[in-house]
Design a protein around this ligand. Structure first.
Ligand code: PCA
Length: 330
């Protein structure tokens, strides 16, 4: 077993005879996704800045390691770098789930403030696990997809809802629906085989998976903006030259800025595609939204109970930041 792992490390985290550093990077989502495109640009930038001596080869759509394995393989050093949805690590620490609490931060400004308030804590918990955060980029605000009109949470009762993290599962349970975890690349099959009949995700994932083929209605409820993060194994980072580290950090900074901007643009672009394909895209009724906000309130309560003083401190920091920014705006 040990030998097997060492061989894998030699293969995936290699320094070749010509003094090139080659890093293999698993990512969960497909090539058409804006996160993947952003990461490919990030890798290009690292290669260019190092004159081709530091290469990052991306392996998208879970082709090298599946999404649930990515944090573990980076931590163990089987790969030096990887991308994953931050809230998928909630069973390690509730702090990772902060960006999936419904309606705590439901637009880009709030999501950015929440990220500023929580980043130091996220960096800390990652470093306790031997990982270093490079950057994080949000998905567009999450909406609700179904094959019929939804005007009340009771309309969701009994629906089989595709979930991708704990929060999407909890929302489904709160409205008496039945959650099923399905990875993004498997969404079309899950719908076509009848495993699921509704989902909460972004217009980006809706458009990328051609939602119009399997659902008719989209409601932009803007529940939250979950983030993908790119993390490196700390030892792999430490094994880089000082110059390579700087190249990586500079490229990461730019990737974060570029990614947030791309995410905003992606929202309008992909909603327009779904409309053009004939999906019904309507604002949820005030009554339905009120009910969903009620679910969000329960979930924040529950999260605060789980996350203790650290969680409370981050929420306080977020509220202070948003108040300060509101005042500046006045
Ligand atoms: N797409 C990913 C996560 C959030 C999103 O918008 C998914 O559906 O799996």
């Amino acid at each position: 077993m040990k030998k097997h792992i060492l061989m894998a490390v030699a293969l995936l985290w290699g320094t070749s005879a010509v003094a090139e550093t080659l890093w293999h990077m698993p990512t969960p989502y497909g090539d058409r996704n804006f996160h993947t495109a952003n990461i490919i640009e990030f890798a290009d930038q690292v290669s260019q800045a190092s004159n081709g001596e530091f290469l990052i080869k991306t392996h998208s759509a879970g082709s090298l390691f599946k999404h649930p394995e990515i944090a573990t393989v980076v931590r163990r050093g089987l790969v030096p770098i990887g991308e994953l949805l931050m809230s998928r690590l909630g069973n390690e620490n509730p702090l990772y789930e902060l960006d999936s609490i419904p309606f705590l931060a439901s637009n880009y400004e709030q999501a950015y403030q929440l990220w500023q308030a929580s980043r130091p804590e996220i960096e800390k918990v990652l470093s306790e696990r031997g990982m270093k955060l490079l950057f994080a980029v949000p998905w567009p605000p999450q909406g609700l997809y179904a094959s019929r009109e939804l005007a009340d949470t009771s309309d969701m009762a009994g629906l089989r809802v595709r979930a991708y993290n704990r929060a999407t599962e909890q929302i489904a349970l709160a409205v008496n629906a039945v959650p099923t975890q399905v990875e993004a690349p498997d969404i079309p099959t899950a719908f076509s085989t009848g495993r699921v009949d509704a989902m909460i995700t972004s217009p980006s994932t809706g458009a990328n998976t051609q939602a119009w083929d399997y659902v008719s209605h989209y409601y932009p409820i803007n529940a939250f903006l979950v983030k993908n993060m790119v993390v490196v194994n700390q030892q792999a980072f430490d094994s880089l030259t000082v110059e390579q580290r700087q190249i990586l950090l500079d490229a990461a900074k730019q990737a974060e800025l570029r990614g947030w901007q791309a995410s905003r643009e992606e929202t309008d672009r992909t909603v327009a595609i779904m409309a053009e394909k004939g999906m019904s895209i309507t604002q949820p009724t005030a009554h339905f939204m009120e009910q969903l906000h009620g679910v969000g309130e329960q979930m924040i309560e529950e999260w605060l109970n789980r996350s203790g003083v650290e969680g409370r401190a981050v929420i306080d920091a977020y509220r202070k930041l948003s108040e300060a920014i509101d005042q500046e705006g006045n």
